[in-house]
Design a protein around this ligand. Structure first.
Ligand code: FES
Ligand code: FE2
Length: 351
């Protein structure tokens, strides 16, 4: 992604409200980056379910390389149809398992010397040229729990290898013929899952960044890993950091997922549907360019949300995180969000 030279201040956007530009979501877009501060966030990559691929891009026998959780990963689909996620590097001599790796049944064979790993457990099941039957127990690759849902392949990331402690919700509308075929947009932002979600609790910014007439009022309910926020016409349910469903009930639903790339960057995938008669055909999740001009109702909704987030992106990418912010009395929801978020991190002090 191109980044504007910090000394050319004449190209900085002028706000109140911020300019709308859906093209900013394109991978090739030029974005303003004048921040030089690094390591902004005093928390690690969170624990949770995060998409690492679209289900439709992974056919049986396919192996792809991805980089999420600040880790090189391999995603593959077994001949039996199961999606698997593992660390990329072979425990033998370190080959990247997606570069020439071959699916054999439920296993993945390393391209370098043919050692073969079980996709579910990560254990080496065969060393083709070994003279002894015994396979060393350290010959094992880390695997991640996987669930396929809503057209996405989710991996469970836990910094300490802990088990899943919440569920990925099903968006019933995506399979319902009374709702239009879902469409997906995706983009990257230099921010963190917590910071991006904090936006939903920052009601004042809707007026100043997005240009709403008033500062909207909202109510919030928190139950363990679950959170529900209601504002006029919009219900947002959150299931963990980076995983939420937003509904304008009876009209529009969208699934929002935010996958950490590293501590300072995320990959966002938004899947939208709108109430209406689905016109037959197979359900498929289309990647669409939000600025493509497609004029069906689902694309129109996707484009309006893309324009909305384009107003947030320059702010997010250039701000710092204030651990002890100065807030007004109405802004205490931001602190509640930060307290709620702590349950998704390993290794934080109990402050
Ligand atoms: S590096 Fe994978 S089998 Fe040797
Ligand atoms: Fe916003």
């Amino acid at each position: 992604m191109a980044i504007v030279d910090p000394v050319r201040s004449e190209v900085l956007p002028v706000g109140l409200p911020m300019p709308k530009d859906a093209d900013l979501l394109d991978a090739g877009a030029t974005r303003v980056r004048v921040r030089t501060v690094r390591d902004r966030f005093p928390f690690p990559i969170p624990n949770g379910w995060f998409p690492v691929a679209l289900a439709s891009e992974l056919v049986p026998g396919q192996v792809i390389a991805v980089y999420y959780f600040a880790t090189d990963l391999v995603v593959f689909r077994t001949e039996g149809g199961e999606a698997r996620v593992l660390d990329a590097y072979c425990p033998h001599l370190g080959a990247h398992l997606a570069v020439g790796g071959t699916v054999r049944g439920e296993h993945l064979a390393c391209p370098f010397h043919g050692w073969t790993f079980d996709g579910a457990s990560g254990a080496c099941v065969e060393i083709p040229y070994a003279t002894s039957e015994r396979i060393p127990s350290q010959a094992r690759v880390r695997t991640y729990p996987v669930i396929e849902r809503n057209g996405l392949v989710f991996a469970w990331h836990h910094l300490e290898g802990g088990d899943p402690f919440f569920e990925v919700p099903v968006v019933d509308e995506f399979e319902d013929p009374g709702w239009l075929t879902p469409r997906l947009i995706e983009f990257r932002v230099s921010t963190s899952c917590q910071e991006m979600a904090e936006n939903n609790h920052d009601f004042a910014h809707f007026k100043f960044v997005h240009g709403t007439d008033e500062i909207p009022a909202g109510s919030e309910l928190i139950e363990g890993t679950y959170k529900r926020t209601e504002s006029p016409g919009l219900v947002r349910e959150t299931f963990g950091l980076g995983l939420g469903i937003v509904r304008s009930p009876g009209f529009m639903s969208f699934l929002s997922t935010v996958t950490p790339i590293d501590e300072d960057n995320v990959h966002v995938r938004w899947t939208f549907t709108v109430k209406g008669e689905r016109d037959g055909g197979d359900l498929d999740w289309l990647s669409i360019d939000p600025a493509s001009g497609a004029d069906d109702p689902v694309s129109a909704i996707a484009r309006s949300f893309a324009e909305g987030v384009s107003q947030d992106i320059p702010i997010w990418e250039n701000k710092v995180y204030r651990p002890r912010p100065v807030l007004t009395a109405q802004e205490k929801g931001i602190l509640a969000h930060r307290r709620w978020s702590r349950q998704f991190y390993s290794g934080l002090d109990d402050a």
